[in-house]
Design a protein around this ligand. Structure first.
Ligand code: FE2
Length: 199
């Protein structure tokens, strides 16, 4: 089965009881697909990115939530399925490394090395450009939304603060790639949606 379709079906089934999280995952995958079409030449890289976008939050599924660290729980499951690259991408999306360490699972997390790539950057960009119901947000809007939802002292917020440079670096690199594209209708639509540059 096509990797993208498998990931869509798999995430949709795992998150079926959490329609809001699924709507977010769908929006992340849609944004990733749009960006993949204009920023990634290799069809296999496009497919990996979109699959990772669909799967990035499966660690929230009750059946997989064993440690409560969703980056790690999702990655462990994908590793069990033999999907090592997807596991590493899912582990490190957003503030995965910092949040998982703050939750006390740094040792378990170490089996998932960070991939330094445009695919990894775009995954973080898409996750932090889509709100919990799929609404497109700027990075700063998204960070404010998360802080308002969880509270200042929550480990999710502290993880995002700790990995702030990593996240803003990913946004900077993706924004730079988008700015270097020749404008056309599709690209304008995308840059209009991911409209904020990190400060
Ligand atoms: Fe997410």
């Amino acid at each position: 089965m096509d990797r993208r379709l498998w990931a869509e079906n798999y995430a949709s089934s795992l998150l079926a009881d959490n329609p809001r999280r699924l709507a977010h995952s769908r929006a992340v995958a849609t944004t990733a697909s749009e960006l993949a079409d204009v920023l990634l030449d290799d069809p296999d890289e496009r497919s990996v990115l979109v699959a990772a976008a669909w799967l990035h939050d499966i660690g929230y599924a009750p059946v997989l939530a064993t440690t409560g660290a969703h980056h790690l729980d999702g990655a462990i499951h994908l590793e069990e399925l033999g999907e090592h690259r997807l596991a590493c991408l899912v582990a490190h999306h957003g503030s995965g490394a910092a949040e998982t360490a703050l939750r006390g699972f740094a040792d378990e997390f170490a089996q998932f090395p960070r991939e330094l790539s445009l695919v990894a950057d775009i995954l973080t960009y898409c996750d932090l450009s889509c709100g919990p119901d799929g609404t497109r947000l700027t990075l700063d809007e998204r960070l404010r939304e998360i802080r308002a939802r969880y509270g200042d002292d929550h480990v999710v917020v502290r993880g995002l603060e700790a990995d702030g440079d990593v996240i803003r670096g990913a946004f900077r690199r993706v924004d730079l790639r988008l700015a270097n594209l020749k404008p056309d209708a599709t690209i304008q639509a995308i840059t209009g949606s991911g409209r904020d540059s990190p400060k």
